[in-house]
Design a protein around this ligand. Sequence first.
Ligand SMILES: [Zn+2]
Length: 204
Amino acid sequence: MTITCPHCQSENDFKVLDHINIDRNPELRAKVQDLSCFRVKCPNCGETALAVHPCLYHDMSNQFMVWLWPEEEAAPEAQFDPLAGYTLRVVDSLNGFREKIAILECGLDDRAVELMKLLLLMQITHDLDVVELLFHALDEKTGEFRFVAVLSDGAEQYAAMPGSIYQRLREDIETYLYTPSSGFAKIDMNWARESLSLLHEMGE
Ligand SMILES: [Zn+2]
């Protein structure tokens, strides 16, 4: 893959990871979470830069695949047969990539988590200028869901929601919403916005 260095503009070829099997290469897990596996070092000026490229993340033990597809055009149809019991997701950003992996590693339903994020965002946007809201962690002791809001000035603010909201949203999703299981679905905040209005209509 040819990458133009953002510091000196020189173009260089790099070998990039386009497929990660985390069961075979567990050491890559930390490198995905700190994004170092997307970092390349320019041989010309020595600076490092993030190279955002398509990458398929496969977790066999937790039965999911997350496909980072940052391109303008739609992701190609998956070439393999639908895998029974697998969750297949496509994301378009590095933050979305590691967030989705973190959610699915916890065994959580990412649809309910995206709806929680939307509800939380509607609560906090009155006071805060939120650029991005991301799942941070599930507190095993309290059952609380923790989120991090990235603000327009670059600061980060943490917020929590009780697990009971997750349970309720999950029940609503199971009852009212259908998500195809065969292809790679994009479950993000846009999906949450559409789904929330659908749920409102059905609840009336
Ligand atoms: Zn350079």
